[in-house]
Design a protein around this ligand. Structure first.
Ligand code: SAH
Length: 390
């Protein structure tokens, strides 16, 4: 395994919540064993396409999560905060976690203790009553900026000013606080309505020497150290040349396309379903002086079908879909528009295998597969795949 000489965290790490929480499926293995487990998983699913490179692990695989989300609940008159037990809505109380950013954990525990002194309650999912539903904390790894999102069942926020000043006094490093209203019966954490209570309403961070604005509802990779490894691999696999027309599909805040635009004189078109992420992408392109970029808010499949009809051509396509993988529409349009290279960034080997089978039956060949460990201690595996036209 790569990085074997570096620090490795031991088996189990003695987390008392290991069994109850279920978030760290591999915590009973040493980090070395986890990497072997993931390597074998990749080879089993993807080895038929081509050689699978050695997984790139983390030097220090702890406290890597820059985004921490806690659910709040009242249990026997006491407010608890933590994570939902795997496939349930039972909240497991968590005060500190070896995966999460420690400052984020401290902020969440502080808020839990602060609520009763302001007579604020936790939201009750069954009755739809009560106040605080979730707290989301995001911390910029290199900027140090901290965003706190208070997800509340109602807009009414008694003693808002006093609550805010107590929070900001205890944590002067918080740069923005947002109230997000979510009163619906849903398992989604964030609602549609938001109010900025303090600061700008977003954080900025730097990845691969580019700056990015991230809004509360935009996707942002949760492991910043490994994200740089992931993006550098993806851009290397793209083999970009001056004059290339590049599609960044499922682009989030435009990160991959904007970083790629620094490596060659290329035109970048990004497509993404989340409106806030698209606004961030447009802003981020300007922030990084990436001039030849355009971002569209659309379903990637629908966008590509239209692009194919209009006779659009891309030399290179980056695609980084969510766990469910890409859609038949998108994949068929790839085949139709025939880009020379496709770089598939995937967080699920199962859907990756399915989508690669389709592409390989329809004119593409897998040339390289590089797994990157984005989520130590969990069973999730991230891979970057280079495909070329046969
Ligand atoms: N490449 C980005 C985001 C990857 S996560 C990054 O590295 O940060 C996957 C993204 O796909 C999310 O931003 C999500 O909002 C978006 N998404 C999900 N379904 C989509 C669809 N059908 N069409 C376009 N984008 C979609």
């Amino acid at each position: 395994m790569k990085n074997t000489k570096t620090k490795r965290e031991g088996r189990g790490n003695g987390c008392p919540l290991y069994k109850k929480c279920g978030g760290c499926q591999l915590q009973n293995m040493s980090y070395e064993e986890q990497l072997s487990f993931k390597q074998v998983k990749c080879i089993k699913a993807l080895g038929k396409f081509c050689h699978v490179e050695e997984i790139i692990g983390m030097e220090s695989p702890v406290h890597y999560r820059n985004k921490v989300q806690a659910a709040f609940k009242s249990v026997g008159g006491r407010i608890i905060s933590g994570v939902y037990q795997a496939s349930s809505h039972r909240v497991v109380e968590v005060s500190e976690c070896m995966l999460e950013d420690s400052l984020a954990d401290e902020i969440i525990v502080f808020i839990k203790k602060l609520l009763p002194s302001f007579r604020l309650s936790a939201y009750n999912e069954d009755t739809g009553r009560g106040f605080l539903r979730h707290v989301l904390v995001r911390r910029g790894f290199s900027s140090g900026q901290v965003m706190v999102v208070l997800v509340t069942g109602t807009q009414l926020f008694p003693k808002k000013k006093e609550f805010l000043s107590a929070l900001l006094k205890a944590f002067p490093s918080i740069t923005t606080v947002v109230q997000n209203i979510n009163g619906s019966k849903t398992s989604m954490v964030l609602g549609k309505k938001e109010f900025v209570l303090f600061g700008d309403g977003f954080i900025e961070d730097t990845l691969c020497s580019c700056r990015f604005r991230i809004s509360p509802r935009s996707f942002y990779q949760i492991n910043p150290v490994q994200t740089e490894v992931l993006y550098r691999t993806a851009i290397e696999f793209a083999g970009l040349r001056n004059g290339d027309r590049v599609l960044d599909a499922y682009c989030g805040t435009g990160t991959i396309g904007i970083v790629a635009a620094k490596s060659a004189e290329i035109d970048v078109v990004g497509v993404e379903l989340n409106e806030d992420a698209v606004s961030d992408a447009v802003f981020n392109a300007r922030l990084n002086k990436s001039e030849n970029t355009a971002f569209f808010c659309d379903d990637a499949g629908r966008f590509m079908v239209e692009a194919a009809k209009a006779g659009e051509r891309f030399n290179v396509v980056f695609m980084d879909p969510p766990r469910a993988g890409s859609s038949p529409d998108f994949l068929r349009s790839i085949v139709k528009t025939a880009p020379e290279r496709v770089v598939y960034v995937s967080c699920s080997v199962e859907t990756l295998e399915r989508d690669l089978l389709f592409l390989c039956k329809n004119g593409y060949r897998v040339k390289k597969i590089q797994p990157v460990d984005m989520f130590p201690h969990t069973s999730h595996v991230e891979c970057v795949v280079q495909l070329c036209r046969k």
